[in-house]
Design a protein around this ligand. Sequence first.
Ligand SMILES: Cc1cc2nc3c(=O)[nH]c(=O)nc-3n(C[C@H](O)[C@H](O)[C@H](O)COP(=O)(O)OP(=O)(O)OC[C@H]3O[C@@H](n4cnc5c(N)ncnc54)[C@H](O)[C@@H]3O)c2cc1C
Ligand code: FES
Length: 386
Amino acid sequence: MSSRDIMEQIEGYGRIREEMLVCRKYGIDYTVEKGHTARLMGLLHPRAVRLRVGTVVRETATASTLRMVPVEGYLPPFQAGQYINLFVEKNGVRTSRPYSISSAPHQTGYYDLTVRRVENGFVSDMLLDSVKPGDEFESTSPAGNFYFNPLYHEKSMVCLAGGSGVTPFMSMIREITDRGLDRTVHLIYGSRAEDDIIFHEELKDRAARYGGFSYTPVISEPSKSCSELGGFITADLMRKVLRDTNSKTYYICGPSGMYEFCMPELEKIGIPERRVRREMFGPPRDITAEPGWPEAIRGTAEFRVSVRGGRTVKAKAGEPVLTALERSGIVVPALCRCGECSMCRMKLLSGKVFQPRGVLLRKSDRDSGYIHSCAAYPLTDLEIML
Ligand SMILES: Cc1cc2nc3c(=O)[nH]c(=O)nc-3n(C[C@H](O)[C@H](O)[C@H](O)COP(=O)(O)OP(=O)(O)OC[C@H]3O[C@@H](n4cnc5c(N)ncnc54)[C@H](O)[C@@H]3O)c2cc1C
Ligand code: FES
C-alpha cells in the first residue's frame, strides 16, 4: 500500500487536501497557522516554570505548605492530582523532587506544595528548615496521570491516602467541593498519630458542609484519648465505612509500601486491579528489603558507574543510579523519580541492576537494555549511555 493510499484511510484527509488545493488555486497561504499548535502547547506546558515562595504555612510538626506564586506571568493549568518536579541545589548537588499540588486547579494564582519531613531526607529537610518567603525555585510544568478521567472512571471515588499521600486528594476534594462538581468522594486517610494528620480541620469542615464528601481518618498508633478509628486501611474497615463498595473507582496514594498493603485488602472486598489507580511517593526506603533483592549484596556495597564518553562515578547498591550521577554533578533529566514517566531513561551497556516492582518500563525498552535510572540500583559495576 502506498503512503497516499494510507493517507486516504485517515478520516478527513480528503477534505483537507481539497481545501489545500482551493487555497493554492486562489493564492491563499494555508501555512499561516503553522506553528500555532506548538505555540499553544508551549503556553500550556512550558518546559520550565519559575516559582517564588509567597507564604509558608505550618500544617503539623512535620509538614508545611509552601505557597508558590509565579515569578512572572502565569502558572500553567493542571488537573487536580498532578505534581510538579521541583529543582533544588544543596551542597553543590543539583537534584529534584516531585511534589503533588495540594491547592485546587481553579486557584490559578498559586500552587500549594505540602511537604512532609522524611527522616534524613536530602530535600524535604531543606524545604522545611531553610525555605522562606521570597526564595525562588525552578520546576517542571504539572505532570502525571493520577487524576479523574470522566471517560474511564466512576463518578464515585474512594481515596486511600497514607501520610503526605493526602496532597493530590486535597486538590481533588477542594475542587469538587468548591465547584460543586457532580462527583462523590470518600477519603480514608491513614496516619501514625493524630498529630500527624495533615489538613485534619479543613477535611472535617468540608465533610460537614458538603454532602458528596465523607472523611474517615485512621490512626495506626492512637493515643488513649483518640476518638478516631484505630488500625490500618483493611478490607473490614473499608466494608464498614463504605457500606456499598461497588461502582466506584479506588485511588491509592502514599509511601511505596501502601499499594502492596492496600491491594490485597481491596481484592478481599472484590475490587479488581483495573478499578484501582495508584501514585506512590518515591522508591522504597530500604530497597534491600524488597522481594527479589539478592541477599549477598548489602545496600552499602559500592560499585563504579562509567558513563560512555564521560566520567566514572561511585554508586552505592542501595541508591538509584540517578542519585549517584547527581551526587557526582551529572545532571540527568527527571520528572516523576518513581519509575513511571521514563524521562530518566538510559541505556545499560554492561552490568546488572535491580529494578523494583512497579517500574513501568516498556517491553521494547527492556528488550533493548534501557533502564529508568531513578528506579534502578547497581548490583555490579555498570557501563551506561546517557
Ligand atoms: C509523584 C510524587 C508526588 C509526591 N508528592 C509529595 C507531596 O505532595 N508531599 C511530600 O511530602 N512528598 C511528596 N513526594 C515525595 C517527595 O518527592 C520526596 O521523595 C520526599 O520529599 C523525600 O525526599 P528527600 O530528599 O527528603 O528524601 P530522599 O531522597 O529519600 O533522601 C534519602 C537519603 O538519600 C540521600 N540523597 C538523596 N538524594 C541525594 C543526592 N542527590 N545527593 C546526595 N544524597 C542524596 C540523602 O542522604 C538522604 O539521607 C512525592 C513523590 C512522588 C513520586
Ligand atoms: S524520572 Fe520518571 S521514570 Fe525516572
